[in-house]
Design a protein around this ligand. Structure first.
Ligand SMILES: [Zn+2]
Length: 264
């Protein structure tokens, strides 16, 4: 009996170690990792602080051009540390040419540029909203079914002019097709008609993870609404800079643009 008690004591007082950390996802450029460990830990990725939910969840993201290695450090409440080193898989990205866009949408006027700048500021503000609940625990679904007409990370040539990098997944579907929330979350932003994005919705899934839905023809949620995974948030359209009806769906973790296609 005494031996058993001693053994039990040993088990309880075992220091925390790396096996207390669970990580799910792909260690690849554009990838999202869902982590969980003991609540109250201090977590850092390559020295940058990583937020943790009260129930122990945290998120790691690797952007389009992430370095080949990353290091995670965790300091547990009992003062012990754990360290993990990862290899981040490198990707090759496409070049996509898109022609037939209205000239104004490729070469905006000074007045348009003013509008674009103000709209970008509104988005940046919405993305700073902090949500500590781990809504992303719901898991993810594709917001709409259809042909993939554009992929993450590609370099774009618009009407023959070099454009910005394309972050997100384009899914072509008929106008009016319902668009669903990819995961549970809080509506952080809606806009009835942005210069490039058209009708726009941003959902905050917690801990700095947001998903954005643009070019829609209709929006059926408002800022502050809590949505469940699969809830209809709007309809497919071609508002903003689009050559045909499709959803541009993007995923972001704080300042990192991630690839939503890697969620599946
Ligand atoms: Zn797109």
């Amino acid at each position: 009996m005494r031996l058993f008690v001693a053994f039990l004591f040993m088990l309880i007082s075992l220091p925390a170690n790396a096996s207390d950390i669970s990580l799910k996802g792909d260690f690849i450029q554009g990838g999202l990792i869902i982590g969980k460990t003991r609540p109250g830990a201090l977590i850092a990725l390559d020295g940058g602080k990583v937020e943790q939910s009260d129930d122990g969840y945290f998120l790691l993201g690797f952007n389009r051009d992430a370095k080949p290695e990353a290091q995670l450090t965790v300091r547990f409440q009992d003062g012990t540390d754990a360290r993990r080193q990862f290899k981040i898989k490198k990707r090759n990205y496409d070049i996509q040419r898109i022609d037939g866009l209205p000239k104004r949408k490729v070469m905006p006027s000074p007045e348009d540029l003013k509008r674009i700048k103000s709209e970008r500021a509104q988005i940046a503000k919405a993305k700073r909203l902090r949500v500590r609940s781990a809504y992303f625990r719901s898991g993810f679904i594709r917001p709409v079914k259809g042909r993939i007409s554009g992929v993450y990370g590609s370099r774009r040539i618009l009407n023959g002019q070099p454009g910005r990098l394309h972050y997100g997944l384009d899914i072509a579907a008929p106008s009016g097709t319902p668009v669903k929330a990819a995961a549970a979350g809080k509506i952080a932003f809606t806009h009835p008609g942005m210069f490039f994005n058209g009708k726009t919705v941003i959902i905050n899934h917690g801990l700095g993870l947001t998903s954005t839905y643009i070019h829609m023809s209709d929006i059926s949620v408002k800022v502050g609404d809590i949505v469940v995974k699969g809830q209809i948030i709007g309809k497919i359209g071609k508002t903003g800079r689009a050559t045909g009806p499709h959803l541009h769906w993007s995923l972001r973790l704080n300042n990192q643009e991630l690839d939503p296609a890697l969620l599946f």
